[in-house]
Ligand binder design. Structure first.
Ligand SMILES: C[S@@+](CC[C@H](N)C(=O)[O-])C[C@H]1O[C@@H](n2cnc3c(N)ncnc32)[C@H](O)[C@@H]1O
Length: 295
């Protein structure tokens, strides 16, 4: 006996089920993705999309939902499809001009905010190098309302998106955008209390190991960084001592495979600081932090 085909989805809940089924094997999180896409299409929030699951989904919205589901099945990140990503509680606009901010980068922001607060520093000058969507700079501005932040990137596309986020989230008075290859474009006398960076760190020959959704959709300039993946960070470590206050701290994010090499670079760039490698929630070495030795 042939199994009877599933009836065409009619309600929001049925449409979500159909999208989830379509995404199994194509996404590690089919259920979450289906719900996020349905939220976007219906304009309902996470709880309402469940509470109104029995409501009929009109033909136009259903077609749009299935179209986005197909794009997701082909590898496009959900954040690009819905144009949004939550980061440190902020609603960051995202698109193909910049990397989708990652949850592990929230801990980089947290480390920086805690480090500065522990030292009683609130009216601080911070640089976010390789700002992308502007997520780190906006989160720092949010948690440290008295901080003055310079956010820079080599990509004009990324800077346009960052400018949009800074404006719509109301941080234009706190954040200055600069186009700069690492610190080349900074004034020679610019000094900061903290330098924060999540620069690209994928080695050229590791491109094939990236998830296809990342490799094919996120900007190459946000991912790749030379033969060993450390080109951007090598340049940062060479330039940073000139721009970091004597009592300043450095917070950078990297791949676990690069943490030891990056810590070594940080130790030789900042011999009088305490350099520490911290792990992310998955237990992977992810952050390299250099702080004044007495802290
Ligand atoms: C891994 S993405 C991170 C973006 C953002 N900081 C975040 O955490 O979501 C790296 C960013 O560094 C920028 N970038 C790459 N090479 C750079 C360079 N040489 N100088 C400045 N920015 C660079 C890219 O354009 C991209 O926006």
């Amino acid at each position: 006996v042939k199994p009877s085909p599933k009836p065409a989805p009619r309600t929001i809940a049925e449409a979500i089920d159909a999208c989830r089924d379509r995404l199994v094997g194509h996404s590690p999180t089919p259920w979450l993705d289906a719900r996020l896409l349905a939220q976007f299409i219906t304009g309902l929030d996470a709880s309402a999309v469940i509470a109104y699951g029995d409501a009929v989904l009109d033909r136009g919205r259903k077609a749009r939902l299935f179209e986005l589901t197909e794009r997701r099945a082909a590898g496009e990140p959900v954040a690009y499809l819905v144009g949004r990503k939550s980061f440190c509680g902020l609603d960051i606009a995202v698109d193909r001009r910049a990397l989708v901010p990652r949850p592990e980068t929230e801990a980089l922001v947290e480390a920086c905010v805690e480090g500065l607060r522990d030292r009683g520093q609130v009216q601080v000058r911070i640089a976010d190098v390789g700002t992308g969507s502007g997520a780190i700079a906006c989160a720092l501005a949010h948690f440290l309302p008295e901080a003055a932040i310079v956010a820079s990137d080599v990509s004009t596309d990324a800077l346009e998106l960052a400018a949009h986020n800074i404006e719509r989230l109301g941080f234009a008075e706190q954040i200055t955008l600069v186009r700069s290859d690492v610190l080349d474009g900074y004034a020679s006398d610019a000094r900061f209390d903290a330098l924060v960076a999540n620069l690209p760190y994928v080695a050229d020959d590791a491109a094939d190991d990236l998830e296809p959704g990342v490799r094919d959709h996120e900007p190459t300039v946000a991912l790749m960084s030379g033969a060993d993946g450390l080109d951007a960070y090598r340049k940062l470590m060479a330039q940073a001592p000139r721009h970091l206050d004597a009592e300043g701290s450095l917070y950078v994010e990297c791949a676990s495979t690069h943490a030891a090499a990056l810590a070594k670079l940080a130790r030789s760039a900042f011999p009088n600081t305490r350099v520490e490698v911290r792990r992310d929630l998955a237990g992977l070495d992810r952050y390299v932090i250099a702080r004044p030795a007495q802290q």
